[in-house]
Design a protein around this ligand. Structure first.
Ligand code: COA
Length: 400
């Protein structure tokens, strides 16, 4: 009998490099994040979501005229066809906003004037440089249209769910401002608009995370941008990825119901004793404090008022004790730990926290798909067949 060499298996693809990307990068040991080499702190302080999206997609900061054109392109493309809104209205109201968003993105494809013949994608693999470029440019235009429509879709579902009329975007508001305006039907305060802008910047890209990888896996089959983005939304929904932010607030509220700050330690010990997880803590790559959490913590502290103040104080205490207990293992707050408090203070319902992540991350998905398409190769790994049985008999149904 021949002996079979078992390959090394990298569960969760941990530490595996499968491509080159300069879109964004994390230094997990030092807790650093850059977009196209620019530190996240500088972008959060000086940039806007629109400028950051241009940076991610084009690989450099825009000149003033380029930014103006990009902003106008986004604003022109924010509207969602009435038929898609009508289709959303037919969904059960219990549909999670991430599912409604994925549905909306899938519904949009047929309304895109540049809708692709599936054969077009083969241009990515051919020698015709012009055809390849044309496909890439088309994908970029589709991606930018999707970035523009995400806030509209998310806000529309919020309004529909509440039985309220859908609000159209305003041409003079920023991307972040329009999102809040379409959610609530009134112009946001300058502070609310700025906080939302910062949150979108912070969530726009993050190395080879699960949803970006999903988008790339799908895009590597040379399919259209809509399919890649719809798949990425599914990956982002999971509680180990973007879905964590809505669960953080639930944990903080649980502690609040148990008596507040004085009960944090007891609650944590009980959770850890049954191997439970503190949501918004820990990260596959960061083994230090997530720089995005530091920025959001500051905003959460500034915005927290009255009842929410207690939730913020619980969060700060939980962070302190959890770092004492788990910091040695490299487990620190991640971006989700304080984002929920910030969104809560802006009046956003909990189920819409993960969709905000999507409104931001779609820029990173588009940028990384475009980067991958420059040298596309079908992603097709293998799973080890540990049984190594190649001639198991087929037993007829009556003999089993
Ligand atoms: C994000 C996450 C999945 C990454 O983890 P990972 O690299 O797969 O790490 P593992 O799940 O292998 O965990 C390693 C150890 O740390 C512990 N750990 C990791 N995250 C933890 C958390 N949030 N709370 C408590 N313990 C945690 C695990 O229990 C495990 O302990 P053990 O070695 O004693 O078994 C994980 O930290 C997690 O579940 N976090 C909570 C969800 C979350 O906030 N997700 C958003 C990420 S941006």
């Amino acid at each position: 009998m021949s002996t079979v060499q078992v390959p090394e298996i990298k569960k969760g693809l941990e530490g595996v490099y499968f491509t080159v990307s300069n879109v964004s990068a994390i230094n997990g040991q030092e807790g650093r994040l850059v977009y196209r080499g620019i530190p996240i702190e500088a972008l959060a302080e000086h940039s806007s979501f629109e400028e950051t999206s241009f940076l991610l997609i084009e690989g450099r900061l825009p000149r003033r005229d380029e930014l103006e054109t990009f902003v106008q392109t986004l604003r022109r493309n924010m509207d969602v066809p009435g038929q898609v809104i009508d289709a959303l209205k037919k969904l059960p109201r219990s549909t999670h906003p991430m599912d409604a968003l994925r549905f909306g993105v899938s519904a949009l494809v047929g309304f895109d004037a540049e809708v692709m013949d599936p054969r077009e994608g083969l241009a990515l693999m051919g020698k015709d440089e012009e055809a390849r470029r044309a496909y890439w440019e088309k994908g970029k235009r589709m991606g930018i249209r999707l970035i523009a429509k995400f806030p509209t879709l998310v806000a529309a579902w919020h309004r529909i769910r509440q039985g309220l009329p859908v609000v159209d975007p305003l041409p003079d508001l920023s991307h972040a401002g329009n999102f809040l305006y379409m959610m609530f039907g009134e112009k946001p305060t300058p502070t609310a608009e700025r906080v939302m802008d910062v949150a979108l910047i912070l969530h726009a890209a993050h190395g080879m995370n699960a949803s970006t990888f999903t988008a790339i896996v799908i895009a590597s089959t040379a399919v259209d941008m809509y399919s890649a983005i719809a798949g990425a939304i599914g990956a982002l929904k999971g509680p180990l990825h973007g879905g964590a932010n809505q669960l953080v607030l639930a944990q903080l509220r649980e502690i609040q119901a148990r008596g507040g700050v004085s009960r944090v330690e007891e609650w944590l010990e009980e959770l850890l004793s049954r191997k439970g997880r503190v949501m918004g803590f820990g990260h596959r790559v960061y083994k230090a404090y997530d720089p995005r959490a530091r920025i959001l913590k500051k905003w959460a502290g500034e915005l927290a008022k009255e009842k929410e103040r207690e939730l913020y104080e619980i969060a700060v205490k939980l962070e302190e004790i959890n770092i004492q207990k788990l910091g040695e293992k490299g487990i620190f707050p991640n971006v989700d730990f304080y984002s929920g408090l910030v969104y809560g203070a802006l009046g956003i319902p909990t189920e819409f926290f993960t969709p905000i992540f999507a409104v931001a991350r779609v820029s990173g998905w588009v940028a990384d798909v475009l980067e991958y398409w420059k040298e596309n190769r079908l992603i097709r790994p293998r799973a080890w067949y540990s049984d190594q049985v190649w001639d198991r008999p087929y037993v007829p149904i009556d003999e089993r």
